[in-house]
Ligand binder design. Structure first.
Ligand code: BGC
Length: 762
């Protein structure tokens, strides 16, 4: 049999296996195995032969991941890294990029160490590498998984061109708490959408074949439940029932595993009293046994050492706990380097854990083809692709599709280009915030501001209007970390200048929002409304009776009540990336029709948090005029904007949905008509509810969606086929359960405004 036939046969066997696994998979169809992480026999043989030659110290060296370079997200930075590489005490490094810098490190590992084992070269490539895309919360608002996959693909191309082979992305933590700053890095509150985004990102980075030098190994994080800290305060405790975690929080991590993700990162938080980084239930029971994960496990930044502060013992004791639990690569802390040898002397069984960890790290290197070519991407051969025209155009499309039109009274948007437009606000000319947080290798100077993008608008004027941040202590904290917040200016003078400029205009475009450092890691907030000075600016401008279009840039859902009252239109633009300004202008002028929909609920005030659409039923559902039902006295239960909400310049009408049950599959069909004179993309959303079950179930949960262009004055027919098995749930022991009985399907443009059909499943 020739090589080609052998490969075909191998492929057939693999796809057959995958098919068999998919069919026997005990869970919803959308979480079934998709691509398997390949562990070939050759790989296993190569790695075990290599390990036979390794000393214990060399094996422990593979478990060490120091940071070398520009960024630090924890209290310490690694020291003496180059000497440690020479000694064979380093398995990978992160935070350095560009072929010249990285090559130097790789050469040290390959040429100076006894066995010449190459390094993993990691970096936080989160929403683009040099070409920056919208922050992940914005990307998820596109509901366009193909586009999201493409952004990860572009990021893989640019970062491999810079010599990297590993990214600490995607972050798939579900969050229902907009006080938590890192919601900017996640895909929102929904486990199904979150899973689709997780798969798209993994596919985009890894491209199906890690040996290809243009593909990056992905790292799904932070395992687990990092998005549910008490009080929304970063790094805080998580306490959660198995029932809730299995159904609402774990699916996206698992989806990434089912897509063949090469690595997974532990979380900083504890889960039910055991920190994730030494949590045997998470790392062994779930990840390895139940989910059959065959990749490698890395900790978060100094997370092993932080077990001391969690109160779990001395550094030596916590190193023991972490390696026993299955935390394999120690990011920055070096507790393994310091203590594992001594621990093995005391307890030789630990060597098995070290061997497993080392094996998994070496297998990752094998999959990446590093033993064949440790210098992949290190010859400056793809540098011209960085920030190319194509990449910038992908960034513009992603930004355009991520924008969510929250309000558009009297169709004030889109604007006519010949209007006299006053551009007012701290976000009109600022560039730094455009690329948002976690934009490591992105250069904000390459980003296009709203003002620059509007250069073709003839009749335009500008005023700053207000300070971006009005509280000095926040400004100070942000500037300690390169927040680039300018000196505070006299607010009255700024408003007076803005009023002068505004009086001569037909319409006011007011760009407000957060500074990029107000969301992201260690950026939790108890108040999530705009700073008072920004609201004051809107109040003053409102007096003029000129239409106000508010453009928002921010990294989390905000409390917007007064902003909504004072504005005629509100366009949520997140931190939109390198092409942000161009995308905003094209949307304001109607060259782009906004199609984003929010993936996290926007609350009316902070007291409603945690707030999310897929909450469980209570025994006293809300009833008007009934005292003893679930409600607040001072606010409605409903949010300001529900999950899935977003307007368009077009008008879409949903037809009546029809269903049919055949062979354990539900067939759903409905029409959506665009009755307007503009074409636009619409994301149709399909939810279901289980009316009678053994456990309390959510009032609604997303089960399918589709985004499609609907041309002006025409309609599109949508069809979905959903295996009835997908209407099941994980019980309190994590077992997938399906129950016959009454169900409902809910179809609509968002999670609140839906049409319902009831049906029975036998
Ligand atoms: C973050 C991770 C990140 C790591 C490395 C940590 O502080 O929690 O998400 O990947 O730093 O930079």
């Amino acid at each position: 049999m020739n090589l080609r036939n052998t490969i075909c046969l191998l492929f057939l066997i693999l796809s057959f296996n995958l098919k068999a696994q998919t069919q026997s998979f005990n869970g919803p169809s959308w979480l079934a195995p998709k691509h398997k992480l390949q562990t070939s026999e050759e790989a296993v043989k190569f790695v075990s032969e290599l390990m036979d030659k390794m000393t214990l110290k060399e094996k422990i060296g593979q478990l060490n991941l120091p940071s070398i370079g520009f960024d630090v997200t924890g209290p310490i930075l690694s020291e003496g890294v180059e000497a440690k590489i020479d000694s064979g005490w380093v398995g990978g490094v992160f935070n350095t990029y560009t072929p010249n810098a990285v090559r130097k490190l790789q050469e040290k590992a390959v040429k100076n160490t006894r066995l010449g084992i190459p390094l993993l070269l990691g970096y936080d490539v989160i929403h683009g590498h040099r070409t920056i895309f919208p922050i992940p919360l914005g990307l998820s608002s596109t509901w366009n998984t193909e586009l999201i996959q493409h952004t990860a693909r572009v990021a893989a191309k640019e970062s491999t061109a810079d010599g990297l082979n590993w990214t600490f992305s995607p972050m798939v933590d579900i969050s229902r708490d907009p006080r938590w700053g890192r919601v900017s890095e996640c895909a929102g509150e929904d486990p199904y959408l979150g899973s689709m985004v997780a798969q798209a990102m993994v596919d985009g980075y890894q491209g199906g074949d890690l040996t290809n030098a243009r593909n990056l190994m992905a790292c799904v994080k932070h395992f687990a439940l990092y998005g549910a800290p008490d009080g929304g305060r970063d790094y805080n405790t998580v306490d959660m029932s198995r029932y809730k975690m299995e159904n609402d929080y774990l699916p996206p991590y698992r989806a990434a595993v089912q897509s063949g993700v090469g690595s997974i990162m532990t979380a900083f938080n504890d889960v039910n009293g055991v920190p994730s980084t030494c949590n045997t239930f998470l790392l062994k029971e779930l990840l390895r046994k139940k989910w059959s994960f065959d990749g490698m496990v890395v900790t978060d930044y100094t997370a092993i050492e932080e077990l001391i502060d969690h109160g779990l013992g001395t550094e030596k004791e916590v190193a023991h706990k972490a390696i026993r639990a299955g935390a394999e690569m120690d990011m920055v802390g070096e507790s393994y380097l310091k203590y594992l040898e001594a621990l093995v002397r005391e307890n030789s069984e630990l060597e098995n854990d070290i061997n497993t960890a080392c094996r998994n790290i070496l297998l990752a290197k094998y999959r990446l083809g590093l033993f064949d070519d440790p210098y992949r991407g290190l010859n400056n051969q793809w540098q011209e692709e960085i920030l190319s025209k194509e990449h910038r155009s992908a960034a513009k499309q992603a930004a355009e599709e991520s924008f969510v039109l929250l309000k558009n009274k009297n169709k004030v948007l889109p604007l006519k280009q010949d209007l006299k437009i006053a551009f007012i606000g701290p976000q009109i000319k600022r560039k730094r915030d455009l690329i948002g947080n976690w934009s490591g290798a992105g250069d904000w100077k390459k980003a296009v501001s709203i003002w620059e993008a509007g250069s073709a608008i003839k009749n335009k004027r500008y005023a700053l209007g207000c300070n971006l941040i009005d509280r000095e202590f926040i400004r100070e904290q942000l500037n300690q970390h390169d927040g680039q917040i300018p000196e505070h200016q006299d607010p009255k003078t700024l408003i007076d200048d803005a009023l002068k400029v505004a009086r001569t205009a037909d319409v006011l475009v007011v760009a407000l929002g957060e500074a990029f450092g107000m969301s992201g890691e260690a950026a939790s907030m108890t108040q999530i409304s705009l700073p008072e000075e920004q609201i004051n600016l809107l109040r003053s401008l409102r007096q003029l009776n000129i239409p106000i279009v508010t453009v928002l840039m921010n990294g989390r859902p905000l409390v917007l009540n007064e902003v909504l009252e004072l504005s005629d239109a509100v366009l949520e633009c997140w931190f939109p990336g390198t092409e942000g300004g161009n995308a905003i202008i094209s949307t304001l002028l109607g060259k782009n029709n906004p199609s984003g929909k929010i993936t996290m609920t926007f609350p009316r005030n902070e007291g409603q948090i945690p707030i999310y659409y897929n909450h469980r039923k209570t025994g006293r559902p809300f009833e008007q005029d009934q005292k003893y039902t679930t409600k607040y006295l001072d606010q409605p239960n409903e949010p300001q904007f529900p999950f899935g909400y977003g307007l368009s310049y077009a008008d879409f009408q949903y037809g009546k949905p029809k269903i049919q049950l055949k062979n354990d599959t539900l067939y759903l069909e409905f029409k959506v008509e665009n009755s307007s004179k503009v074409s636009g993309k619409e994301t149709v959303q399909v939810y279901f509810s289980d009316e009678i079950a053994s456990m309390t179930r959510p009032v609604k949960q997303l089960i399918r969606f589709e985004k499609r262009m609907i041309l002006a004055e025409s309609s599109e027919r949508f069809n979905f086929s959903i295996p009835v098995k997908d209407f099941g749930y994980y019980d309190e022991n994590g077992v997938w359960k399906w129950e016959a009985g009454s169900y409902r399907i809910h179809v609509g443009p968002n999670s609140e405004n839906t049409q319902m059909i009831a049906f029975e499943c036998k």
